[in-house]
Design a protein around this ligand. Structure first.
Ligand code: FAD
Length: 301
């Protein structure tokens, strides 16, 4: 850790990004910081501004692809921010952005609060889930996307102001939101009264279902592409029908189990993964006339 120019928080120099992403890919960040409170976070933003260094915010890195060259700036890791903060207000629960999804669901189950069981099987933090409008439905008719559960989000603007945004002040899209322009600090989520055993049963059913259809044995970032609207098939089905299951570039491979999961079978580089993504897009466009759009977040050096 290095203390720099008036900063009250140490910055880790040359931190490997592959250690902080589920894909296990990426070069080094010039600095990584783990702010614990708003003062530390504001100090990092000031320092970055003074030094003309770009910043990149991460949660658990479950949807991110960093360049092999790394990141020429400060990666702000939110996992220690007001760690463990959880405040219950009736059926609403306010939590810090870095809270792991499965721990939130588990802690709330202990309080007989449920409704967000779907979140437990989505790797990542509450901040990342809000920014990505993460979602997963096992059964037809379920409306399991973050947008249905977020009451309010506390953010820090890039110029250091704390703001509270109500649900209706946020733009919610498919795996994207207007929260991306801010640093998410906390989120207030709407739960419902539900018996702990019922919550745990639903969490278990989701895990069982997902481990049957997804490739959870290898490092991945979940689904690489969004499902295209109006194509009549999911991205996974299109890639599968294009005959690409198992196709490999270097150690980056399209999973045999789930064609929208691209896995790292050993030492895949970002270059390998980007080439595989381009290849799949090209083949699907050529065969079905559908242009796939990435769900994962690529960060260039
Ligand atoms: C095996 C597997 C299965 C998956 N299944 C699903 C699924 O079913 N549904 C689904 O929606 N996703 C799924 N994903 C993708 C991923 O889990 C989600 O996108 C998750 O919400 C990302 O959270 P994170 O904390 O890891 O965010 P990160 O990957 O660290 O970041 C994602 C994006 O959010 C931004 N970000 C993160 N935290 C903050 C913050 N505090 N403030 C501002 N910006 C922030 C980052 O800059 C980045 O743009 C899966 C991933 C894996 C590995």
């Amino acid at each position: 850790m290095t203390l720099l120019g008036g900063l009250k928080i140490g910055l880790e120099p040359d931190e490997s990004l592959s250690k902080h992403t589920s894909w296990r890919i990426g070069g080094n960040a010039v600095f990584m910081a783990w702010p614990k409170n708003i003062d530390e976070l504001a100090g990092i933003l000031d320092y970055a501004r003074d030094q003309h260094l770009p910043i990149c915010v991460i949660g658990r890195g479950s949807n991110m692809l960093f360049s092999d060259e790394g990141f020429f700036g400060i990666v702000i890791n939110m996992l220690h921010f007001e760690k463990e903060y959880l405040k219950v207000d009736g059926n609403c629960v306010e939590v810090s952005a870095g809270m792991p999804n499965h721990i939130l669901v588990q802690k709330c189950a202990e309080l007989d609060l449920g409704g967000l069981e779907f979140l437990s099987s989505i790797p990542g933090s509450v901040g990342g889930a809000c920014v990505q409008n993460a979602g997963f439905s096992r059964l037809k008719g379920q409306k399991n996307e973050m947008k249905h559960f977020v009451e309010e989000v506390m953010v820090l603007t890039r110029d250091g102001q704390v703001k509270k945004l109500k649900h209706e002040e946020i733009l919610w899209n498919y795996r994207d939101t207007s929260l991306r322009q801010f640093i998410v600090l906390k989120a207030k989520l709407k739960f419902e009264r539900k018996n702990k055993a019922e919550v745990q049963k639903e969490v278990y059913e989701n895990y069982r279902y997902r481990s049957e259809i997804q490739d959870l044995q290898h490092p991945s970032a979940g689904s690489v592409f969004k499902n295209p609207a109006g194509a009549g098939m999911s991205s996974g089905q299109l890639i599968d029908k294009a005959g690409l299951k198992g196709f490999k570039i270097g150690d980056a491979q399209i999973s045999e189990r789930h064609a929208n999961f691209f896995i790292n079978t050993g030492h895949a580089t970002c270059e390998n993964m980007l080439a595989l993504i381009q290849h799949a897009k090209g083949k699907v466009k050529e065969q079905f006339g559908v242009m796939l759009e990435e769900e994962i977040r690529y960060v260039a050096g």
